[in-house]
Design a protein. Structure first.
Length: 315
């Protein structure tokens, strides 16, 4: 039986949980089968080590610009990965694709593949924290909110345990359902998800709120960030009065629907500011502000610094 070689490109500040969820299913598959079904190697920019966001240092086998032949190659970045996307990394991905290697991405890695121009016209999954910024930055990529995408040329997973879901899927493809289930059992991982599984829990679960009017109101707001609706429009969609809508937000959030909506838009703007290179005016437009000056004034009042200077400090 042919051994399959996976190479993981570890971008500095990568997510250690994602790395563990990528390699442990492969190790367990080897152990259960009693065969060397999988081999894996690590690569980094420097070719000696890579530090994860939790401080863990992994020794690596190769440099980005000197990769070995392999069957699959996955890029694993982490938070703040835009600071570590280098020409060597992008070239490595493009060359691997040119040589017929199955190139994939884990956690925020879809951003790196998109930056390399590999995902245009394709579906892709990325960690939910990057959804807003990804949509703005890469409009030619079809972002999906599932845990992984395996039916495209470049497979992608949204990170964390979604990586384990993808690896179990690949093991099933390579060696059958029984081995995949045996690996998940050994991991004590009973909640295996297929590609259609959603990344996040429901609004009810995340907010701890069961009132359907409140949950629907927030969903309406979240879907209309670029062109904000009035409280009257939202209440009308819900089939309740504006006064009732205001009472509900006062009860559950101690604020008005208008203020909650404004905070939602500002939080979206903050993510775009920190995660993309969009101009201030582009971010203002994307988050429903009438002008960049209006956006800057409101942003400064909310966060204590104008968007331009906050971006400069972070950079």
């Amino acid at each position: 039986m042919t051994k399959r070689h996976f190479v993981f490109l570890l971008v500095e500040n990568h997510t250690h949980l994602t790395l563990a969820c990528a390699t442990e299913p492969l190790r367990i598959a080897n152990m259960i089968s009693g065969q060397d079904l999988y081999q894996w190697s690590y690569a980094s920019e420097t070719g000696d080590r890579s530090r994860a966001s939790n401080g863990t240092v992994s020794l690596v086998d190769y440099k980005f610009d000197a990769l070995p032949p392999c069957d699959r190659l996955f890029v694993i970045p982490g938070l703040g990965m835009t600071d570590y996307i280098t020409p060597k990394l992008l070239t490595a991905l493009r060359q691997a694709k040119a040589h017929g290697v199955a190139v994939g991405a884990l956690c925020s890695g879809a951003w790196v593949l998109a930056e390399a121009g590999l995902l245009n016209g394709m579906k892709a999954a990325i960690h939910w924290e990057y959804h807003d910024a990804f949509i703005e930055k890469f409009p030619d990529v079809q972002l999906v909110r599932s845990v992984f995408v395996a039916d495209e040329k470049h497979v992608t997973a949204s990170g964390g345990t979604a990586t384990a879901d993808l690896m179990l899927h690949l093991i099933e493809q390579d060696h059958g359902y029984d081995l995949s289930i045996a690996v998940s059992d050994m991991m004590v991982y009973s909640g295996v998800r297929d590609a259609s599984g959603g990344q996040r829990t429901s609004l009810q679960s995340r907010l701890g709120i069961r009132n359907t009017h409140v949950v629907r109101a927030i969903s309406i707001m979240d879907a209309a960030i670029e062109e904000p609706l009035s409280s009257k429009d939202i209440a009308s969609d819900l089939g309740i009065s504006v006064r009732q809508l205001e009472r509900l937000f006062g009860r559950y959030f101690n604020t008005s629907p208008k203020k909650y909506y404004a905070d939602l838009r500002l939080e979206r703007a903050r993510k775009l500011l920190l995660q993309t290179e969009l101009s201030i005016s582009e971010i203002a437009y994307a988050c429903g502000f009438q002008s960049s000056s209006n956006f800057s004034r409101v942003y400064r009042k909310a966060f204590g610094a104008p968007p331009k200077s906050q971006r400069a400090r972070i950079g």
